[in-house]
Design a protein around this ligand. Structure first.
Ligand SMILES: C[S@@+](CC[C@H](N)C(=O)[O-])C[C@H]1O[C@@H](n2cnc3c(N)ncnc32)[C@H](O)[C@@H]1O
Length: 324
């Protein structure tokens, strides 16, 4: 089967997330539930299903096309895996508490998009290909990137480029986009890449990374609301986890990682009352225990084998207390 994406930090993810599993006796036959909130082509799920013979999985992805790929890839695991097309934030938000439904012992969120999207998505995720500028993960809802580019003011474009990608040349690029769209709509990834290329200073055009890299990242994040979704996704996933269960998050840029780091830090605090509170009202209970006080990055060997792993950071937290 033709798979585009190689799962990042495979051994590290298995190791840090399965601490819970092994201690809970999965190897001896107990059923355990793993929710892969960002299934993609099913790379991580395949690893977990192969390594833990009694594990069951719910695989979630907002992109119906990629769920079909994972479904084929994971056929051999039969009923041990069920698929759900939708946003993981919605899935966890509506995960029934106290319904007798098995609570997940492991949740993985491997954020962003997959190599599948860049190479086979046909939705303008890559500046290397000339495709229709869509960039939606869930193509059934919301606004494609071309419509967003047509509707934003220059100031809004600047703010998206700064906020979602810390783009140094945000002003120049936003100006070039607004000027270009006066002549014709920007409907293709090739056209956008060229506008950005011509907007940045000459010495940046020949740098190691393509000058449109951050613009494409910023636009994709805006189209899919990725940074806005993340805090709610983390809270809902952590809340769905059972006590002793582990949540692992793999992020790919500092903006995402900061949100994850802060969420984990707050969940692992002894007291979460604001400094101004005269007495502690949170009962001083830590909700979680940090399993990875520092983020885990790819080894030298993985960087050679799978270069996209270079910016991946894994953080894992264990749930120790249920917040009512
Ligand atoms: C980096 S890929 C996952 C790759 C996967 N771990 C593997 O090994 O094949 C991220 C996937 O998550 C999906 N995705 C991103 N954010 C999501 C969310 N909030 N809810 C559901 N799916 C999401 C994307 O469509 C993409 O397929």
């Amino acid at each position: 089967m033709d798979i585009a994406h190689t799962p990042v930090l495979p051994e590290e993810t298995l190791y840090y997330l399965s601490g819970g599993l092994i201690s809970q006796g999965v190897e001896t036959g107990e059923n355990e539930l793993f929710v892969d909130g960002t299934l993609g082509e099913g790379g991580h799920t395949e690893l977990f299903l192969s390594r833990f013979p009694n594990l069951r999985v719910i695989g979630i992805d907002a992109d119906n096309a990629i769920v079909s790929v994972a479904r084929k890839r994971l056929t051999r695991f039969g009923e041990r895996v069920v698929f759900h097309t939708g946003w993981a934030d919605d899935f966890f938000r509506f995960y029934p508490k106290d319904s007798g439904l098995l609570k997940p012992g492991i949740i993985l969120l491997d954020l962003g998009v997959s190599l599948f999207h860049y190479e086979k998505g046909d939705r303008g995720f890559s500046f290397r290909l000339d495709e229709s500028l869509d960039m939606r993960i869930d193509t059934t809802k919301d606004m494609p990137a071309s419509d967003l580019l047509a509707s934003l003011t220059e100031e809004e474009l600047v703010s998206i480029l700064f906020r979602n990608a810390e783009e140094r040349y945000a002003r120049r690029i936003a100006r070039a986009i607004t000027q270009a769209r006066e002549t014709s709509a920007i409907n293709n990834s090739g056209a956008l890449a060229e506008i950005v290329y011509n907007a940045v200073p000459v010495f940046v055009r020949h740098a190691k990374t393509h000058p449109a890299t951050k613009t494409f990242q910023a636009l994709r994040i805006a189209v899919n609301g990725e940074l806005d979704r993340l805090p709610a996704l983390l809270a809902a996933a952590f809340s769905a986890l059972k006590i002793g269960g582990r949540l692992g998050v793999i992020s790919f840029h500092s903006l995402e990682d900061r949100i994850v780091k802060n969420f984990f830090r707050d969940a692992a605090r002894d007291c979460i009352c604001p400094p101004s509170a005269p007495v502690c009202v949170c009962r001083g209970r830590r909700l979680g225990r940090l399993i990875t006080p520092k983020p885990v990055s790819a080894s030298e060997a993985e960087l050679i084998r799978n270069p996209p792993s270079r910016s991946a950071k894994l953080r894992v937290i264990e749930k120790v207390y249920e917040d009512e």
